[in-house]
Design a protein around this ligand. Structure first.
Ligand code: 26Q
Length: 812
């Protein structure tokens, strides 16, 4: 672990393994040599961790998720191993900056946003808490698309992140699994005279696992993330082959490899795509078979204690076909009785919901299931029949309730409701923030709550402070350590100790200096990626997240246009310089989200070029928002925009990253904002807008035109928009946006929250002018962010759902 040993390995990899020399010193090969050097230091610990789990026969959680948004691994591994200093000094002696090497690593962008990043933070915390938690996911060849902006429009470029190889993965062909699709079912009588079903004439593909190490923080634990890649079985379709269609027969190989080719870039459901269902089933089936393989090696075909030793946590409904697949594996393939199998399933599955938007609840056409997974459809029918029989017992004659609760939605196109399958098959159903969990019980899942009140619970999200403070903000970390020690890295509540420095002028000065340096780093990135120069003296006002109407980037844009109007009419007394940064990806098929990007780009272009504006206001759309960009953005932000329509954002986690890094939130009473406000107090949070109940009430009789007519500022903003000022050569470009804001059925109530947003932003501007009091608020935000560590979240999952015991591996 010391500098000398690291140096020797690094040189050996660089010169001998990679065959490079001083002459052609590219950061990519430096990165690769360093990655191997660091990986070596994980390998033994990884093996010892596996042995320790095996030895203890530890109960474990398998976290099933279609997304793992891991970002970069090198700096995280170095931090957790405790070798960042040694590596920095080693490279320094060669005249190399660590940051240059780190940035050569491609993000592992195997997720859309919040849900995928959340589970990555969970894995970090579980390894740090020494909990036996194993991630199961898909090894997409192409991750989240790279976003480019061309003339203000989003262009999607494929993200071939594996092109230069991936030093963090280990292929494990010995654990390959065979996955079935298609075919049909037939019943037969087994040798004991029992009626059974088998699934025949299937088209099979193989799932090959790749393991990725997940190091804990300086504790010798290295957990695993296992990602499946689909490949062909190399069996030719004989009929086709005999018919002379050799090429077509070989082409079917291709189809198998397509399954894990690309991540679906939608953060709300994309309905009906068969390939997506194939992905979901491949993940569920391969992971469960992997668990049963290991189980049978240790316990034979005795499954009695399987549920005592396993929990399967379902990351949203995406992997929820696992409920039916585990039934099929137990009943059909291992001859367990239905009732005993159901007992095992319902004692091992747990489901986390991440959305309140009803349109985002996954449903699959029954017909598609019939074609692709005929046996699973039968299993689902059986689960549903038995479930509805119980409902009928409890509420005799209540056919409407049966219709509402059925896993199968009747209609012209009957559908399988995946959330209902997940709820029926799980012993725990949780939301991701207090408000969200409450609204699930009152709304979306009310009938189920009435049936099983004890299943429902809340687990408020968090983020890992290792990546989101210690790693991404080293200067602030050093300042904190100097005053309260470094205990917060594993016990985030300790940040409370900063409270007593909140009014200390010398500490405030240091705090501002760190923030300024971080703003400079962010400004450099903005200049490099957008060509816009921004002044670090300005208030950095940041909104980065997926582009979605409910997140209301539009409200932000209206505020910007309002500020522009003020500048143009000379209303600039006591002005606070402001730089508004917006970033995020739009789902490629989401036209309105793409329009919003174009609007912000056009507004930015005009404002930034207007000589009347100068440094008073700058607007930037940051392209290609991703994990590694956030690592630069959140340390440099002053103001965190969390302005969703109340009752729509399940939790949010960007809000927590900003808070931890000393940004102050302007936000609605939505998701985890409510809990952030609770922790930090209303003096240190800019609250505005309707709450969830008022939103519901306002929708009843909503007249945006009345609001616009009664508010001169909003009226002026809408006039400027309508005049085509921001789309001079592209008439009608923003008509859809204007119509949505002015529509009585605008679900997001943008106009309704305009006035209080504008007024609150004015309070923000005034507060920023008093740098002392602003710095105090900033310090108090960091100081009170302790609750939002995923260490806390994981301890709550463990005590409330998983019940795992920590396992300490033998020291090396
Ligand atoms: C579903 C079907 C087909 C294709 C795609 C999808 C799909 C993919 C991703 C549906 C939803 C997602 C992602 C949802 C998500 O990220 N939700 C966010 O989860 C965070 C972590 O809990 C919360 O903080 C956010 O509030 C929530 O929006």
């Amino acid at each position: 672990m010391d500098k000398k040993a690291i140096d020797e390995d690094f040189l050996r990899y660089y010169n001998r393994t990679l065959g490079r020399d001083k002459q052609h010193c590219t950061s990519h090969y430096l990165y690769e040599a360093l990655a191997y050097t660091v990986r070596d230091r994980l390998m033994e610990r990884w093996k010892e961790t596996r042995y320790a789990y095996e030895e203890k026969d530890a109960r474990r959680t398998c976290y099933l998720s279609l997304e793992f948004l891991m970002g970069r691994s090198l700096s995280n591994a170095m931090l957790n191993l405790g070798i960042t200093d040694a590596v920095t000094r080693m490279l320094y002696d060669y005249g190399i900056e660590l940051e240059e090497v780190e940035t050569a690593e491609h993000d592992a962008g195997l997720g859309n946003g919040g849900l995928g990043r959340l589970v990555a933070c969970f894995l970090d915390s579980c390894a740090t808490l020494q909990l036996p938690v194993l991630g199961y996911g898909l090894r997409y060849e192409y991750g989240m698309f790279r976003q480019e902006l061309v003339n203000g429009y989003q262009i999607e470029e494929p993200d071939h992140w594996l092109r230069d190889g991936n030093p963090w993965e280990l292929e494990r062909p010995e654990y390959t699994q065979r996955i079935h699709f298609g075919g049909r079912t037939e019943s037969y009588t087994d040798e004991n005279g029992a009626q059974r079903v088998r699934w025949v004439n299937t088209h099979d593909v193989l799932a090959v696992p790749y393991d990725i190490p997940v190091p804990g923080f300086r504790n010798d634990t290295v957990n695993s993330l296992r990602l499946w890649k689909s490949t062909s079985t190399d069996e030719f379709d004989l009929d086709e082959f005999n018919a002379g269609d050799y090429a077509e027969a070989v082409e079917s190989k291709n189809n198998a490899e397509h399954i894990t080719m690309v991540l679906y870039p939608n953060d709300a459901s994309e309905n009906g795509k068969e390939l997506r269902l194939r992905q979901q089933y491949l993940l569920a089936s391969a992971s469960l078979k992997d668990v049963l393989r290991r189980w049978m090696r240790l316990h034979g075909d005795d499954f009695d204690t399987l549920a005592d030793k396993h929990c399967f946590q379902l990351n949203d409904t995406h992997p929820s076909i696992a409920v039916a697949e585990l039934m099929r594996l137990l009943v059909d393939e291992n001859r367990v009785d239905w009732d005993r199998a159901w007992d095992i399933v319902t004692r091992s599955m747990a489901y986390t919901n991440h959305t309140l938007l009803p349109e985002a609840l996954e449903k699959w056409p029954v017909q598609m299931f019939q074609n692709l997974l005929p046996r699973l459809l039968e299993v689902i029918y059986e689960i549903n029949a038995r479930f509805l029989a119980r409902v009928a017992q409890r509420w005799p004659g209540d056919t409407d309730r049966l219709r509402r609760l059925s896993i199968i939605e009747e209609g012209d196109t009957p559908m399988v409701r995946m959330a209902y399958l997940a709820i029926v098959g799980s012993y725990s159903v949780n939301g991701v923030a207090e408000l969200h969990s409450q609204l699930l019980k009152e709304g979306l899942f009310r009938d189920f709550f009435e049936l099983w009140p004890d299943k429902f619970n809340n687990k408020t999200n968090g983020v890992t402070q290792r990546r989101w403070l210690a790693m991404c903000n080293p200067d602030l970390s050093a300042l904190i350590n100097e005053h309260i020690g470094d205990g917060w890295v594993t016990k985030l509540d300790k940040l409370k100790g900063l409270t007593k420095y909140a009014d200390d002028a010398a500490f405030q000065q240091r705090w501002r200096e760190v923030k300024l340096a971080n703003k400079q780093r962010l400004a450099d990135m903005v200049e490099r990626d957008c060509g816009v120069k921004i002044a670090t003296s300005a208030l950095f006002d940041v909104q980065v997240k997926r582009i979605h109407e409910y997140k209301r980037q539009l409200l932000n844009a209206l505020h910007v246009i309002h500020l522009y109007n003020r500048i143009k009419r000379g209303d600039t007394a006591n002005w606070t310089q402001r730089c508004v940064l917006v970033g995020g990806k739009a789902a490629p098929g989401y036209a309105m989200a793409k329009d919003i990007i174009k609007l912000i780009s056009n507004v930015a272009k005009i404002i930034n070029a207007d000589p009347d504006v100068g440094d008073l206001l700058k607007v930037v759309f940051l392209p290609n928002y991703r994990v590694s960009a956030m690592e630069v953005i959140c340390p440099g932000a002053d103001l965190s925009e969390q302005i969703s329509t109340a009752g729509k954002e399940a939790s949010g986690t960007g809000n927590m990253k900003f808070m931890m890094n000393g940004a102050i939130t302007i936000g609605t009473l939505d998701g985890a904002n409510i809990e952030i406000l609770e922790e930090v107090g209303d003096d240190n949070f800019f609250l505005f807008g309707l709450d969830a109940a008022q939103v519901a009430e306002t929708r009843e009789d909503y007249r945006p035109w009345d609001i616009i007519d009664a508010d001169a500022d909003l009226y002026a903003v809408m006039q400027l928009l309508k005049s085509g000022y921001f789309n001079q050569f592209e008439k009608h470009l923003f008509d859809d946006i204007i119509n949505s804001i002015t529509s009585a059925s605008d679900p997001w109530l943008t106009a309704a929250d305009f006035r209080t947003f504008i007024d609150t932003q004015e309070r923000v501007a005034a507060a920023y002018r008093d740098q002392q009091s602003w710095t105090r608020m900033s310090i108090l935000n960091t100081a009170n962010s302790g609750k939002f560590s995923t260490d806390r979240t994981m301890l709550e999952y463990n005590s409330g759902i998983w019940n795992l015991s920590p396992v300490t591996p033998l020291p090396l």
